[in-house]
Design a protein around this ligand. Sequence first.
Ligand SMILES: C[S@@+](CC[C@H](N)C(=O)[O-])C[C@H]1O[C@@H](n2cnc3c(N)ncnc32)[C@H](O)[C@@H]1O
Length: 309
Amino acid sequence: MPRAKHKATIFGVDTPATLLSRRLFLLGAGATLASGLFPPPAMANVPLAYDWNAAPLTDNRAGFIEWMQKQRGENPKYLGQRWDRFQALLSHHDVWDKRDMRAYLLTPREEFVTKANLERAYEWHYLDIGYGVTITGPHSVARMTNSLELQLGSKVLEIGTGSGYQSAYLANLTDKVFSIEIIKPLAERTRKLYDTLIEQGYSEYKGITTKNADGYYGWKEEAPFDKIIVTCGIDHIPPPLLEQLKPNGMMVIPVGPPGIQHVLKVVKQQSADGSFTVTRADIYNGGTLSFVPFTMLQGGAISGTHNGH
Ligand SMILES: C[S@@+](CC[C@H](N)C(=O)[O-])C[C@H]1O[C@@H](n2cnc3c(N)ncnc32)[C@H](O)[C@@H]1O
């Protein structure tokens, strides 16, 4: 289990800049802001078929880059940056399981950031992706994902597809990933990106099913889920999401008032008599983060948040 590193809200997701861009979006400028910034996707052409048993080298930088170039055809410049961030993830105890290390190392974060942020893809921080929202920073993604204890074959639901990076990462841990995004043009843009990446050889993303909806209500047709990961902040655990968790299923969710969330690992435990209890553990041991708000769809438009509801 990782130790808490931060009392302050540095990884998370909102800054004056992102709040400003969200305001611009609400004023109608979001579409201009969000289009044009997105990079031409799929920089790599993956030469070999995906192999669940193959894992990149983790003992040296040059060996990792060479292995990845052969297996995945990716750019050595970004592979080097991915490796350097991996070392920081290890030293901050944000990734600790071998399968999760593999998932981090196999996910090309450079494909999921905007063109404007391409050179910052592997920085610690969250980055603007347009529409007033962000791609979560790599440390938070790693710790939240590793806390989920995903097994191959687990069925996982993500609330807040955003850039698509989180679900791409999950797709290296299991072949059953479901992801919901509330912002329609963003959901469409990310779906298109997955489809392009699949064409370029990232066949593991075939395991990702997406939809545009308000994730508060989960995905009834696909429930129950072994695991749920929520990437937007809310002041309570949505009852429909808890309902859609399997017995002994697990959810990772940022809970708290706006901008001050504790990232909780919630386990829905079933006792011998069939009754359920819910346990909560703070994966940052009391540290708080700031996430994009868990917004609400009302009459087909995004209006307010689910806080207090
Ligand atoms: C931190 S951002 C994106 C993180 C994303 N997992 C990634 O890897 O880029 C959180 C996302 O949650 C979305 N979101 C907010 N409220 C939502 C809701 N009610 N249902 C689904 N998605 C929601 C936002 O639009 C935003 O894209």
